[in-house]
Design a protein around this ligand. Sequence first.
Ligand SMILES: [Zn+2]
Ligand SMILES: [Zn+2]
Length: 329
Amino acid sequence: MQVSSKLSLVTFLLTQSSFVFADTEGVLRIATEHEVWIGYNIHPVWFVLFMAVMMWTVAIGVGLFYHRVLTHRVFKPNRFLAYFFVTIAAPAGTPIQWVGNHRSHHQVADTDDDPHSPTDKGFWVAHAGWYLGTENILLCVLYSFAGPLRMVFDAFWRPRTNQEYVHKAKDIAADPYYAWISKPGPYACVVLGHVFSVWIFVYCLWGAWALVFLYAVQLSFFLIGDTVNSIMHMWGDSPFESGDKSRNVPFMHILTSGESFHNTHHAIPSAVNLGLLPGQFDLNYFWSRMFEKMGLATELRRPSKMLVLSKLKDDQYREYIEKNYRENL
Ligand SMILES: [Zn+2]
Ligand SMILES: [Zn+2]
């Protein structure tokens, strides 16, 4: 082969990308530049739907299963339902380390021993630096905005770091599946599987333009999720007595699937239902009730009215709770 023809082949592959396209007759060929951009030209409404379903399942995986179910035991789940959502939530960390860190956070919230308190080390360390073990603000910002690239890094980093409190998650470590997925090898496979399967799927169906939106959505997962450790211990209101600086940030309740009722949660950590005050909708509690109706969740732990009232420190809501709160549904 002539040097010039070799170069033109390389140029062709670089400009046309290596996206293999199957046409209507099922014949495989290299995609054209236009096809690279639009993929199989599936209607964008399906892309929006796919993004919405992905956001919900991630929110259920991290907020409901990692947090409320595995850490705080707010209900007894069907084992395979829990395994499914824990697998979805894996990019948030291994289940053993996540549960250990979070239980430790509750025990010493906003003290020097808290793994991630903005009071102790500032916003950026609580938001992202504690994952890396750094107080360097530039590294914290870069990590926060790395989006899916962060998952590629975390696939190797997370099972090897932040392991100080795994002894507080012995119940999780006793489960063979959670123990397996928390090991470095399987964890890396699952997390990298997440990244590449979603990116390849979106690229093939909708093309390169959709990857820009996918990046933005995945970036928002991390930015919003990490606010629970930073913003929700800094700004907002604290109608309940929790003994720490946790805050409710009601305007974020849809984005966080109800996790932004963080002061309510710190006051009554075992509660499955966190939307206790007027106008508060707790999406993760809604899903808990759906799973209960489907027979996939039992023993939902709704706090007694007496407990809710005993924790309430903002008296303007006392009458509302007394009239409207139902212990049993
Ligand atoms: Zn907290
Ligand atoms: Zn918690």
